[in-house]
Design a protein. Structure first.
Length: 290
C-alpha cells in the first residue's frame, strides 16, 4: 500500500522561504536605506513621507545628489580617520594571527600541564563586557603615557586574541598528528614543523580569524572615542563619522554621515564576499572537533 506524501511539506517549504526573504530584507534594508539617504540633499531628506529612491521635491523625478560623497572625500578628518583605521586594524590583525597561531599550535599539538584550564581562562576573557574594563585601561594608558594609536592596538588585541586562539586551537587539533611525527622523524624542529607543515594547512582558519579581527578593530567605537579624546589626530573612522560637523555651521550633515558610512562599509562587504567560502570552511572545520 502506497503512502501519500506528507501534505504539510509544501507549506513548510513556503514558510521557510518566507522566513529567508524576511531575514534578507531585515539585514539588507538598513544598508540600502543608508545608500538611499546618502544620495539625497537636505530638502530630499526632509520630504514626508520618505521615498525609497532620491526624488526631486518639486517634480518627483529621480534625482541623485552626489555632493555628499564629494564633501566626504574633501573632509581631511575623515580621510585621516580611514588611514588611522587601516593602521590600527591591520596591525591588530597581523599581531593577533602571529601570537594566536603560536599559542594555538602549543595548545593544539603540544603536551604540557595546565593546558585545559588555560583554554577555559582564554575563553572566559571573551565574556567580560568591554565597558567594564574601559576605565581601568584608560587609567593605565594615561599613567604610562602610551600614544592613542598604540593603546588602541594593544586594547583591541585583548578582544581579538581569545577568539583567534580558540578557533585556531580547534583547527590545529583537527590536523593529523602523523604529519607532526613524520616531520620530527625527518629531523625538523617543532618550530619548523609549525610554520612549514601545519601552518599552511590552516589557511581557512587564518583567513576567518584574520578577517573577523579586522572587522572588529575597524568598527570599534567606544575605546577609540575614549583613547583619542586627548589625541584627536589619532581618531579612527567610526569616531570621525560620529563627530561630523558638516560644511555649514550648526548643520546636521545626515547625508554626509550616510555617505561616509557607505564608503567605510563597502570594503568590508567586498572582503567578506571574496573570502566567504574560506570563512565558512574555517568556522566549520575548526568547530568539528575539539
Amino acid at each position: 500500500m502506497m503512502h501519500k506524501p506528507y501534505s504539510g511539506r509544501p507549506l513548510l517549504r513556503i514558510l521557510f522561504w518566507i522566513l529567508i526573504v524576511y531575514i534578507f530584507i531585515h539585514m539588507t534594508f538598513p544598508f540600502l536605506w543608508a545608500i538611499n539617504s546618502s544620495l539625497k540633499s537636505e530638502g530630499q531628506l526632509q520630504m514626508t513621507p520618505g521615498t525609497m529612491v532620491p526624488r526631486d521635491p518639486t517634480t518627483m523625478k529621480v534625482s541623485l545628489y552626489v555632493r555628499n560623497y564629494a564633501a566626504v572625500f574633501r573632509n581631511k578628518t575623515f580621510m585621516r580617520g580611514i588611514l588611522n583605521s587601516f593602521v590600527v586594524a591591520g596591525s591588530v590583525t597581523l599581531l593577533s594571527l602571529l601570537f594566536g597561531s603560536f599559542a594555538a599550535f602549543a595548545m593544539g599539538k603540544l603536551r604540557y600541564r595546565g593546558k585545559t584550564p588555560s583554554m577555559y581562562i582564554i575563553l572566559s576573557m571573551t565574556m567580560f563586557p568591554q565597558v567594564s574594563v574601559l576605565t581601568g585601561l584608560y587609567a593605565v594608558i594615561r599613567v604610562l603615557g602610551i600614544p592613542a594609536t598604540l593603546s588602541m592596538i594593544l586594547t583591541y588585541m585583548l578582544m581579538t586574541l581569545p577568539f583567534t586562539i580558540w578557533v585556531l586551537t580547534s583547527f590545529f587539533r583537527g590536523l593529523p598528528t602523523s604529519l607532526l611525527q613524520a616531520a620530527q622523524i625527518d629531523g625538523a624542529t617543532p618550530f619548523q614543523s609549525f610554520y612549514q607543515i601545519l601552518l599552511p594547512l590552516t589557511a581557512p582558519a587564518l583567513v576567518t580569524t584574520g578577517l573577523l579581527a579586522f572587522i572588529q578593530a575597524w568598527n570599534e567605537y567606544l575605546f577609540a572615542l575614549t583613547f583619542t579624546s586627548i589625541q584627536p589626530s589619532a581618531r579612527t573612522v567610526p569616531v570621525a563619522i560620529a563627530l561630523f560637523t558638516g560644511e555649514v555651521s550648526k548643520q546636521e550633515p545626515f547625508g554626509e554621515i550616510m555617505a561616509a558610512a557607505v564608503i567605510v562599509t563597502v570594503p568590508l562587504l567586498v572582503l567578506v564576499m571574496i573570502f566567504q567560502r574560506k570563512i565558512i570552511a574555517g568556522l566549520v572545520q575548526g568547530a568539528v572537533k575539539y
